[in-house]
Unconditional design. Sequence first.
Length: 94
Amino acid sequence: MSNLIIEIVQNHDRPESRKFGEREVYQQKGYMHNGGAFPQEIKLTFESLPECLTVGKFELLPCSYKAGKYGDLEIDRFNMQFQKIDENQLKKVV
């Protein structure tokens, strides 16, 4: 099975705080490798600063996906789970 790869890039990894009334979240810029010629820039939202990702490549694990209200595929943004990819292993595959 092939998982979605998200990359957090050096010097573009700093989360930004956003307030919605009493609630504070952290948004972080990442790049989604989805099979195209170039990665696509995305925003990731986290409930706390320690949840934000470090520089590197991560797999979005299958438990992060869910069926939506009408049965469509969605990413469960409140339950995103990532696993850091060992760059040495990635080079062997590519």
